[in-house]
Design a protein around this ligand. Sequence first.
Ligand code: ADP
Length: 718
Amino acid sequence: HWGYDGFRPQQREAMQAVLEGRDSVVVLPTGGGKSLCYQAPAMVMDGLAVIVSPLISLMKDQVDGLRECGISAAAVNSSMSNSERAQIATELRQGRIKLLYVAPERLCTERMLDFLHELKLAFIAVDEAHCISNWGHDFRPEFRLLGQLRDAFPDIAVHAYTATATEHVRADIAEQLRLHEPEFIVGSFDRPNLQYRVVRRQQVRSQIRDVIARHQGESGIIYCISRREVDATAADLLADGYRAVPYHAGLTDEQRHRHQDQFVNDQVDIVVATVAFGMGIDKPDVRYVIHAAAPKSVEHYQQETGRAGRDSLPAECALFYGQGDFITWQKIQSELEGEAAEHMRRSLKLMEQYCASVSCRHRALVEHFGQDYDGDNCAACDACLDQLEVVEEPLILAQKILSCVVRVKEKFGGQYVAQVLHGSQEARILENGHDKLSTYKLLSEFPLNAIRDWIEQLVAQGCLEKDGEYRTLGVTPRGRQTLKGEWTPRLLQPARKNAASSAAAAKTDHEAPFDAGLFEHLRQLRRELAGAKHIPPFMVFGDVTLRDLSRRRPTTAAGFREVHGVGERKAAEYADRFLAAIVEYCTAQGLTTDEDAPRPPVAPVAPERTRDPSERGASQVMADRWFEQGLSVEAVAETMGRALSTTRQYLADYVRHTGRTSPEPWLDAATFDRIAAVATDYPEERLKPLFEYFEEAISYDDLRIALACLRNRQTKSL
Ligand code: ADP
């Protein structure tokens, strides 16, 4: 149905729990693939899977997406007519629906529960399960009703799914749902395909444009704090010819829906929004998220940036912050009292530390959520991508700054201290006589912004602290140690090659190369097909599929079916149109297709396609080196942080490229001999008959490698 060839991390375990009927709490990050954890088991289990979901828009998307994959799913909600509901009830009684989506308040009505008792249930899955906990960020009282499910269906397993990380919330979910010794399955919170960058806000409009320029025609979200900024930014982008719309609570429901739909359907590229936007957006191909100001907590940051790159392709997250953002948030939330106010202040402080921090962003986020981060260099954040460089003499620099704080008697904030160090002529400084201090102008050779950054870095590293309403700087015990030369902080500044490397890095090569022109061509076709069916383009095929098509360039239905994300139903519906588009484009552009790929011995031997070495992507070259050393596919995938499916492609390409005639150690000699014995009867572009000949016992990947070796043998013997 889905056309995927492997599990995402923890999916197998989560599905196992469902299949075995054990209650479970599954915590995976946004884009981790939670839906499949209950959808796939629902397809092989007897009876109906009931999925509890908080938002009608989410349900609709899920149901439409499943139907596209040829799965009978339905939702019941208040927007339906009586006759529509009756129709679904009939189909449910006839056992023709596998998954039923329903909101908690509807599920927990007596009528609904009675109705479900007439049917055979497979299990109940609660999506966005953190909504049941008032410790979570999105408590919804109606979720509390779900506690009754245990009594209503004592023998049916209940599974909870969420992206919310804290242990507290997890335990609360299990308690509120009254789960029986649930299996807790918690994935890593790292999102390796997201590239994080945090920069002090300077000319935010141009900073925003720089990011957008790297993503022409791609989807992105820009978050601002206030409605006013949302409107101004959106208007500005529109005036510059970008397809952008605003989204905030000040618009009418109708306007908000329209803007959201336009974004999901690729009719606009950019949504400029307040925090009001996002819940219920499952658009998988958001390629960048910009924060034009700091969000109010690391949790919000994680959630909002998490909307980028759900399809696991590279995506960029840029945060432009200023010190004023934290004061603004404090004002907005000034009505909070007691514990809530304390919590808010703590959250803001942690967010501020994250902004000023000078170490790996992936590590900082993962550790924030209580997990360990493996590895020294994520290669996907400003700190690790050399966009920042270490200051040569951090101790002396820090001492200059700290002594200036002491000289102004710890009575002024960061901006003021930076101005004194920089040598500002501002009236306030002259009136206070601070131009007479020995630290005045002490750092005049550096830009004011750099000095501000270092002050924040010293706060983040505990040498300075901010106090009171005016956030005056004070020197901490660690700061005093630093003044005495007993402790050295780490201070960073933007690297000189900054601009170039950040642009290049944003396009980091995470996968094998594909033809960009063909990708655009297929994107256009996808848009047309989706428009005709009134569904979002990503439901026809995701970007991962279009890239894979632009890479493999299949010309036969069998080749089409092997592409990532192509299930039987979609193959039947779309193969003809896409194959025609591929052939047409490749012919016009003189591009090779899978027909030109190497063939088994029986096929006429095409001359070896001479490859331009530069055509081989950096990742492929890296993979070649590992394979050269005889590493397994699993080991190379792990070492390079790539999917197994991608790594298998690297291997096939490596075998072809190097002309190897033996598939060992990746395929054993006995299997190879079995394939060799019959391969001549099966031309390579039709792997399926061969696959069926071996009764599916030899995988497509093994077949492909074996055939590549056989072809190399033949070429050599000629
Ligand atoms: P979540 O609900 O955890 O945020 P989704 O269930 O929306 O994530 O999945 C995110 C994307 O990943 C979807 O496009 C989904 O189809 C895709 N996906 C899920 N599982 C796999 C898999 N095993 N292989 C490839 N893609 C997958």
